[in-house]
Design a protein around this ligand. Structure first.
Ligand code: FES
Length: 252
């Protein structure tokens, strides 16, 4: 941490963030201009579904489950990446938004192999929880069922790309918290794959520290620990609030 007089002076000279008034789902609220709509909603106990978002990691905006409507704008926007403006009127749970969210989930379920009954994360999976929350009882799209190779080369962990939802939490936690930059993304669109190093087997990675943070932030069974049972797949994310607190302090 930089305690130099120059640093202290620059912090003291930084003006405090503006406080804005806005309305979310009919509630008159106030929030800081440097907080996202999602953060302000959560502070006021308004629930917006999310999948790629994880407190403590940078925003990615990939899943689009957090879409909200802003009065006067045609297109919904992701609450996790959108900052408020004075007088904004926001709706988080309209019929249209709930339909979009269910469609997004259906597309995720149909794109790879998310068969909950035989998944290591059954009962501890955020995709499964979202499906229950949004009342997804069936998938109307054709299942693509690609056959993606499972990587069991690591001594402790397994990667099953068939269960991946491309939330990129693993990529972000490895870069932002661990600083190892082991994970990356290859390909585009439906061919996108999360890879280790330059698409090598995980077990031969030179950069992986085997810290296991990527496994802990994975919302599904795409990354798991060898030898764990379904009941042991509970995720431990104690390291993330510390990072969030550091980021918040830096903003203040
Ligand atoms: S949580 Fe906002 S786009 Fe995924």
């Amino acid at each position: 941490m930089n305690h130099s007089p120059a640093s202290r002076n620059s912090q003291e000279n930084t003006p405090p963030p503006r406080i804005l008034t806005l309305q979310i789902d009919g509630q008159d609220l106030s929030g800081r201009a440097d907080e996202t709509i999602l953060e302000i909603a959560r502070q006021n106990k308004i629930h917006i579904p999310t999948l790629c978002r994880l407190d403590g990691l940078s925003g990615h905006g990939g899943c689009r489950l957090c879409l909200v409507e802003i009065s006067g704008q045609n297109r919904p926007v992701p609450a996790c990446l959108t900052y408020p403006q004075e007088g904004m009127v926001i709706s988080t749970a309209s019929q249209r938004l709930q339909d979009y969210r269910r469609k997004i989930l259906e597309l995720l379920f149909s794109e790879r192999n998310h068969v909950c009954a035989v998944c290591v994360s059954n009962g501890h999976c955020e995709l499964q929880e979202l499906a229950v929350e949004l009342g997804l009882s069936h998938v109307r799209y054709e299942y693509l069922h690609p056959r993606l190779e499972v990587d069991g080369s690591h001594a402790r962990f397994i990667r099953d790309p068939n269960r991946c939802v491309l939330c990129l939490r693993c990529v972000r936690v490895c870069a932002e918290v661990e600083g190892a930059h082991t994970w990356d993304v290859m390909g585009r669109g439906i061919s996108s794959r999360v890879i280790t190093d330059l698409n090598q087997a995980w077990g031969s990675s030179q950069s992986c520290t085997a810290c296991g943070k990527c496994v802990q932030v994975c919302p599904t069974g795409a990354l798991s620990e060898k030898g764990t049972s379904v009941a042991e797949m509970i995720k431990h994310r104690h390291f993330l609030p510390q990072l969030l607190a550091m980021r918040t302090n830096r903003r203040e």
